[in-house]
Each structure stands twice: as C-alpha cells, then as structure tokens.
Design a protein around this ligand. Structure first.
Ligand code: KG4
Ligand code: ZN
Length: 346
C-alpha cells in the first residue's frame, strides 16, 4: 500500500470515494471544495505481473481483501470518522465488471449505513478532470487528451459534465501500445514505465517506426501499425544488447509521443482553445511531459498536466470528479448498475 501523504486535517465536510475499476484498489477523501485530504492505493501490479496482464477474477478477489482496510486508513489519515463523511462515491465504469462491483457495493453499503448520498462516477471523468486538482481549478473549458491503458481520446470540455468527443483510437490505446510492445521486447508488465526508463538512455532516431497520423487532419488515433512494425524488426535486432534495447524503446516512445503531441495541438487550434490538459497513466511518461511542455510553450498554449501520482488509477481523481458533481446537486440512485463500457459522452 502507498504511504500516507502529508495531510491537512480539516473540520470541513468531505466525500469518500473508492476506485476499483481494474487492478488497483483505492480510497480517497476530498473536501467539498476539492482538496484531496487522504489517498491510498493498494497496488496489485506484483500479483498480476507473472501473468503479463490483469486477471479479472484475481483482481476482484484482491479488491475484496483491500477495500475495507483502505476505507479505515484514509479516515485515520485525515483524522475523520465515517459519520463526518457527507457523501460516498465509487467508479461505476468503464472497467472490469467483477472489479467495479466491489467498490460500488462498498460505497453503496456505507451510504445506506450512514444515510448519505451515493454517487456513481465515470472513471474517464476522473482522469479527465484530474489536471484541475491541486489548486489548478476551477474546472474550465479546455481541449483534453486522455491517455490510459484502455483509452486514448481527445475531448472538448465545455464545463463539468459537458463533454464533446473530438477523436479516439480506432484500435489500441496508447498505454496498450506501450504494454504490448514491451511484452514483445521481454520487458515486465506494465510495460509503459519500463519503456519510459529505458528510452531515457536510447536514441529516438535509431529506428524509423511509423507515425500514424491517418489522413493528417484527423483527430483519430491508430497504434496497431506500430506494434506490427516492431514485430517485423525483432528478428533483425539483438535485444540482449542493452544499447539496442534502449534505442528500440526510445524509438517506439518517440513514435507514440509525436502523434499524441501533434494531435493535441491540432485539436486545440481547430477549436480555438488556448488551454489544454493531459491525463491518464501514459501522461506519467517523462518524455511525453517534456515534449508537451516544449511544444505548448512554442504554440502559446497553456498546459495543465495531471500530477504524476494522479496519472495512473487512483481514488483521488474519483473523489474530485464526484465533488464537482455533488456540488451541482447530483447524486445517483442506489439501484445504479455498473457498466463495463460506460461512455464519457452520450
Ligand atoms: O490510467 P491507467 O492507470 O489505467 C487505465 O485506466 O487504463 O493507465 C495505465 C497505463 C498502462 O498501459 C501503463 O503502461 C501506462 O498507463 N503507463 C505509462 C507510464 N506509466 C504508466 N506509459 C508510458 N510511460 C509511463 N511512465
Ligand atoms: Zn484509468
């Protein structure tokens, strides 16, 4: 479990949120003005690593083990009691059904026991709004890039709950491309952070991997061609040579990053939007953060990046999204079901 953060204990009302959409069990407390006052994650990465990916049944069994202790821990971290919590929230999709059910059932049970409202939160809205956390708010109109393990999308944010899809991937998500290529290279799961590490020692121009811009003006993405290009290159290269491996990683990363950066800038220009945000697990990538910072400065765009510890799955971003909704009078019926394919835009 992650270590506690330095916390500002406050007498302010707060919201407790749970995240269990995939392999991380997480709990967090956010004040109703959006300040994160406690956040804990029980990571299952080591448990799933031998399988090279997430095993849904193993994930849900581990969520059951961790969810109750996590709730107790975040309350203790913030010096709160269950009775101090104003509302309970949980991710209701998209994700693995058996995993989603653990967090939502727990949050609903707490809401019933405490006679407080329940809020079902879209995991992608959590990622989408996360750049506005840590006093970067309020949430305001922007063009947002979400790059995670399951999704790559460009979204026009008009305000909380008012989202317009500008483009998405036609095949693999960016994180999926990192993970699949890493697997081909014999690197451990999850591959994104491994490629990130090795890429810093490699030459991004060593291999000319394809950049799929589609027709050049499209805001859609495609990463499956990159995977195939790496597969064709594999028999010709010596992966035991550390420098060659680093060069492949740097070249793959450069191919993914260039497309992400260019399409975000194109989307901002086309929508005449000067604020851009980037979130999701892949936005941890140091090369991506550096490339975005440089390019946005050149283009005169204001860039908000999710804080690195809030890029990958966490409950803080779910609590923050729930607070935005709660403050506008929103709550969900206890009958609200989970939805593995829940969409961000209707
Ligand atoms: O947002 P996230 O934690 O989970 C989903 O909602 O999918 O994203 C996980 C993805 C994985 O594909 C992982 O390899 C990728 O984010 N990732 C990275 C880095 N850290 C995590 N990809 C590239 N570079 C990183 N440093
Ligand atoms: Zn996620």
């Amino acid at each position: 479990m992650s270590s506690p953060q330095p916390l500002a204990t406050s007498a302010q009302p707060c919201l407790l949120a749970l995240e269990s959409s995939c392999d991380e069990t997480a709990a967090a407390l956010c004040t109703l003005d959006g300040a994160l006052i406690a956040s804990r994650i029980a990571s299952q990465i080591e448990i799933h690593r031998p399988y090279g990916g997430v095993v849904p049944e193993v994930a849900s069994r581990n969520h059951i083990l961790h969810v109750r202790p996590l709730v107790a821990q975040v309350l203790a971290d913030a010096g709160k009691k269950l009775g101090d919590v104003t509302a309970f929230a949980a991710t209701s999709g998209p994700g693995l059904v058996s995993s989603l059910l653990i967090g939502t059932s727990m949050a609903k049970a707490l809401a019933i026991a405490e006679n407080k409202p329940f809020l079902a939160v879209n995991h992608m809205e959590g990622h989408l709004l996360s750049p506005f956390m840590n006093e970067q708010g309020p949430v305001r109109p922007c063009v947002a890039l979400i790059v995670s393990g399951g999704h790559t999308m460009l979204v026009r944010v008009h305000g909380v709950g008012r989202y317009e899809l500008l483009g998405r991937t036609r095949d693999d998500a960016a994180g999926e491309a990192f993970d699949k290529v890493a697997k081909m290279l014999g690197l451990p799961y999850p591959g994104g952070p491994e490629i990130d590490k090795l890429a810093s020692r490699g030459d991004p121009a060593a291999f000319a991997f394809p950049r799929s811009f589609l027709d050049g003006s499209s805001l859609e993405f495609s990463f499956s061609g990159l995977k195939t290009a790496v597969l064709y290159e594999l028999p010709k290269i010596d992966l035991k040579n550390e420098q060659t491996l680093a060069n492949v990683c740097a070249s793959v990363q450069a191919a993914i990053l260039e497309v992400l950066v260019e399409k975000l800038v194109l989307a901002a220009k086309r929508n005449r939007e000067s604020l851009v945000t980037v979130s999701g697990g892949v936005s941890c990538n140091r090369g991506l953060r550096a490339a975005l910072t440089a390019r946005c400065a050149n283009e005169g765009l204001q860039l908000l990046l999710a804080r690195p510890d809030l890029c990958t799955d966490n409950a803080g971003m779910i609590a923050f999204a729930a607070v935005q909704r709660y403050n506008t009078g929103h709550s969900s019926p206890l009958e609200a079901d989970v939805d593995p394919n829940l969409s961000l835009v209707s």
